[in-house]
Design a protein around this ligand. Structure first.
Ligand code: RP5
Length: 167
């Protein structure tokens, strides 16, 4: 089976400092990833065209990051049945709550899987897990990552116990 790519779309280049973490995580997992700036409001036609052609272009999942009145994830989801993951970006005076609500409160029928405000790493991991449904090697890399995380947490607990024994 041909491996599917990940698309990471951001509403503005000002979102990049957060979005970069998702792109890096996806690439570290060996997933071919393309990143673009496209806006639901400033370039609605490009966003629509991208979503309409994404499956045919070999993408298997779309991550959409936007701040403020964040309609990008929903606008992409409206034009594709690929899974769309929304990252609400904290970019305004409302601390990202504006983007969170705009991204998460989708009407029935057009789902967007929304991660935490600025939750770029989880967006990448969720995208990887979606692609890993049909990619056993990727699933094994995700398992290895989880095992490393667990080992690191066990180590932190051991260090804490050591500290507690000395107070
Ligand atoms: C959103 O508006 C973008 O995703 C960005 O988070 C926010 C501000 O964009 P800029 O004014 O910095 O370009 O559409």
């Amino acid at each position: 089976m041909t491996k599917r790519k990940a698309a990471v779309i951001m509403g503005s280049d000002s979102d990049w400092p957060i979005v970069e973490k998702a792109v890096r995580q996806l690439r570290e997992l060996g997933i071919e990833t393309e990143a673009r700036v496209m806006s639901a409001h400033r370039t609605p036609e490009q966003a629509r065209e991208f979503a309409l052609s994404a499956r045919a272009k070999g993408f298997g999942v779309i991550i959409a990051a936007a701040g403020k009145a964040a309609h990008l994830a929903g606008a992409l989801a409206a034009n594709s049945t690929l899974p769309v993951i929304g990252i609400p970006i904290k970019s305004s005076t409302l601390d990202g709550l504006d983007a969170l609500l705009s991204t998460v409160q989708m009407p029935s029928g057009i789902p967007v899987a929304t991660v935490a405000i600025d939750g770029a790493q989880n967006a990448a991991l969720l995208a990887a897990q979606i692609l890993a449904v049909s990619d056993a090697e990727l699933a094994a890399r995700l398992d290895a990552m989880r095992a490393e995380m667990a080992a690191s947490t066990v180590k932190k607990d051991a260090a804490l116990q050591e500290k507690l024994n000395n107070i």
